[in-house]
Design a protein around this ligand. Sequence first.
Ligand code: HDE
Length: 701
Amino acid sequence: MATRAKPASRSRTPASATTASETRGNADELHQLAGAAHPPMTTNQGVPLSDDQNSLRPSPRGPTLLEDFILREKITHFDHERIPERIVHARGSAAHGYFELNRSLGRYTTAKILTEVGRKTPLFTRFSTVAGGAGSIDTPRDARGIATKIYTSEGNWDLVGINFAPFFIQDAMKFPDLVHALKMEPDRGYPQAASAHDTFWDFVSLTPETLHAVTWLMSDRGIPRSLRMIEGFMIHSFRLLAADGSTSFVKFHWRPKLGVQATVWDETVKITGADPDYHRRDLFEAIQRGDFPEWELAVQLFTQEQADTFPFDHLDATKLIPEELVPLTVIGRMVLDRWPDNFFAETEQVAFCPSHLVPGIDFSDDPLLQGRLFSYLDTQLSRLGTPNFHQLPINAPKCPFANLQRDAQMQMQSPPGRVSYEPNSLSDSSPRETPRGFQHGAEPAEPGRKGRIRAESFADHYSQARRFYRSQSQPEQAHVASAFVFELSRVETPHVRAAVVGHLRHVDEGLAARVAAGLALSPMPPAPPARVAPVDLPLSPALQTIGKMKDTLKGRLVGILIHDGSDAATVKALRKVIVAAGAAVRIVAPKVGGAILSDGRKMPADGQLAGTPSVFFDAVAIVLSEAAAKQLTAESAARDFVSDAFVHLKAIAADAGAQRLLKAAGVRRDAGVVDAADARDFVVLARTRQWAREPKVRMLP
Ligand code: HDE
C-alpha cells in the first residue's frame, strides 16, 4: 500500500524525483527481495513491470490516470475472475491419481481401460456436495458427488457418481424441480447447503419415488467422516460391448480402502462451525502426508435375461441391485496421490459429462441417464463459456485427438491447411473415421408408442426403501429416525411434516411411529395410496455403514491434549502406538507454541485448544498433570474437548492426572474410556465408535 502523503503539501514535484510527500510504498524494498530465482513480473502482453505497488497519478495525492494500462489490465482481469458456479455440486475438492486394472473384463468389453491389466492410467477425481454454493460448508447432510475423469488411451472416460446407490428421481424431467426444491428458498436465500427446509420436504411428500434415496440421505451416509471414506455409485446400468458383438449390463462402484465411516449428527454440526473446510482439508492433509486415498473399482455384471428376473427394473435410477443378488467383482483400483497445483484451473474448470464414454462401453436406456447425456455438455457451455472447454489442460484427453470442428471462443489450437471438412480429397493428413472407433450396442428397440410415459415397472417406490431401513444396524436405524425428526422439525408447514410421516408408514411402520413420536405428531397421519403395495424384500447387510467400517485405525486422526507438566513418557508411548496402528497424531495444547512436558522439554502443538476441538479427531487421549487438569476445568474449550469426545462416542484414553477434567466434563467411565497407560487397548477401541454408549448420552427417538 502507498504511504499517505502529508495532507498540507500541494506543491508540484518533477516526475523523476521522489520527495518526502511522494514515496514508492514498499516497492524499493520488494525490488531488493527479488532474487535471480524470480522471473520478472509482466503484463499479460509480456511487458516487464517495474512497480506493482502503486497506480499512476500526476501528483502524490492526485487522481489515478486513465492512462494506467497496467492498473486497468490487472483490475479488469480481477473483475472477471469468477465463472458461474455449478448449478449443483458447486462445492468441491479434487485430486489427481491413477487407475490400475487388476482383472480383465475382456470377455465382456473391448474397452482397453477394462482389459489392459496392470496399466496405470492417469485420472482426476472431484468430490462435491450437491446443494450448497461453491463457498459453502463441507459437512451438510447431503449426498456427495464423486466424479472421475480417466484419461484413457482411447479418450476420456468420465465416471460421474454419488455416494448413494439410488437416486432421488426416475426421469430427467424432474431434475430442475428436485434441485429447486433442495437449494435455498428463492425468496429468502436460505438455507444454504441443507435439506432441512419446507420446499425440499414438500417436494418429497409429493414425489414418493424420492423416498428410497431420501432414506439414504437420512442415514449415516449423508454425513460422511471423510471423502476418503465414501463409496461411489454410478447409479445407472451401462452396457458393455464385447468383441463378438454381444452385450451385457454393468454397474460401476467405487469402494474405499478405508471402509465407509460417518460422523454423528451433533459432531457434524460442530465440525461445520469449527472448520467449514473439514473434508477438503482432510483430503489435502492425507495426500500431503503420503496417506494416499484409495478405492477399489467393483462391477456388478448381469445379462438382459438376469435383469428380466429382478423384482424391480434396473433402468429405474431409484433402485439398486443388492450385492446379494448380483455380487460385486473387484477389477481395479483408484489411488489419489497428487493435490492440484491450482484450484481454479483444475478443480473448478474440470468438466465432467456422463456422455464421455470410450469404445466398448455404452449407455443403457435409463431415462435419468438419457437426460444427463444432454445436461452436462450444455452446462459446461454456460459455465466455461465455450465449446472449446475440452482444450483446457484438465479436460483435454491425454491421447491424440483431432477432428474438423473449428473456431469458437477461446480457440487455443491453430490447425494448419485449407481443409476443415470431410470427406475431402485435398488433404493427406486430415482426420478420418476408424473401424476401431466408438460403436453403439446394436440392441433392438422395444416396440411401443411415442408418449410422455413412465414405465409401470418403475411404480414400486417403497419396497427398496423398506429394505434399506430394515437392513441397517440398531444404532443406524436410530440415526435414520433422528435425522427425519431433525429435518422435519425444521419444516414450518405442519401438513408437509404429516405427509412425509404418512409415506414413512409404507417404508416401515416402526420408523413412522418413531418419527411421529419425535415430532409429537398425533394422531398418526394416514398413509397415502400406493400404486404398488410395498413388499418385504430379503435384507441386505451390505447396505449398512457401521458394518462397513474397516477394523483398522488407518487413515484416522487421534488428538492428544497436553498442557505444561504432562507426562512425557505417556505422551510419547501413546504417539508411538497410535502411529504404528496407522493413524496420524495431532498434539493439542492451550497455547499453539506447545507445552513444557514433565521431562522439561517443550512439545510443540499442532493446534490450539479453542481452535482444535475434539470433533476433528476419531479418538482422543488426555494426558495432564493434576495441576493442569484442575486449571483446565475452568476452561470451557477443555471441558468441551472431553465431553464432546464422550458424547460423540469416541474412545478416550486418560491418565490419572486428567481425571479431574474428565469428571468436570461429565464423563462416566465405560468400556470406551481407558487408562492412557493401556495404549494398546486404546488403539483397538479407537477403531470404532462406542455405539453402546449412545443411548446413555442421547435421547434417541
Ligand atoms: Fe448431475 N449434474 N445431474 N447427477 N452431477 C451436474 O454438471 C444432472 C445425477 C453428479 O464434480 C451438472 O458439470 C441432471 C445423478 C456429480 O463437476 C449438471 C440429472 C448423479 C456432479 C447435472 C443429474 C449425478 C454433477 C452441474 C438428472 C449420480 C458434479 C455441473 C437427469 C450418478 C460433477 C456439471 C463435478 C453435476 C445435471 C443426476 C452426479 C447440471 C440433469 C443421477 C457428481 O449438468
